[in-house]
Design a protein around this ligand. Structure first.
Ligand SMILES: [Zn+2]
Length: 147
């Protein structure tokens, strides 16, 4: 069980910090809360790894999200072909299309969170000895001074 919990895939799917694979990167587990869904901790609550490692860091998640949507659409198309009867002679392709679009809209918050988790995991490496090391110093971030 421990091996599963600390695996790369598991930490990405469950939105854990990629450095320690223990701390949550999002402030809330509520996926469908408009205000809370994408709110992230500034730093991992467990290992203090910054979650925004440079200005505008999460703009790149658009590409990840796009790839996830394409993969999801291909998967639903294959599922439609296997389960249903996908032919070009009737409207089954149109039914698939609108079902797929509906599912993508409903699942969008999940995909947005997953994209951020994947994107962050590509830039922050897992450190099994994170307790003994400090997180890397950020060179391209101006720290916010709270008054
Ligand atoms: Zn962490």
């Amino acid at each position: 069980m421990q091996a599963k919990k600390s695996s790369y895939l598991w930490s990405v799917i469950t939105n854990k910090c990629p450095r320690c694979r223990e701390g949550e990167i999002f402030q809330s587990k509520q996926v469908y809360s408009r205000k809370k869904s994408l709110k992230m901790h500034d730093n991992c609550i467990v290992c203090h790894q910054a979650t925004e490692i440079e200005v505008g860091f999460y703009y790149g998640t658009g590409y990840v999200s796009y790839a996830l949507m394409i993969a999801f659409s291909v998967a639903t198309l294959i599922a439609w072909a296997v389960i249903g009867t996908l032919t070009l002679e009737d409207n089954s392709v149109i039914y698939w299309f609108f079902t797929n679009v509906g599912l993508m809209i409903v699942l969008q918050p999940f995909f947005m969170r997953l994209s951020r988790s994947i994107w962050l995991s590509w830039f922050v490496k897992f450190d099994p000895q994170w307790r003994d090391h400090q997180p890397e110093k950020l060179e391209r971030i101006v720290p916010v001074i709270k008054e």
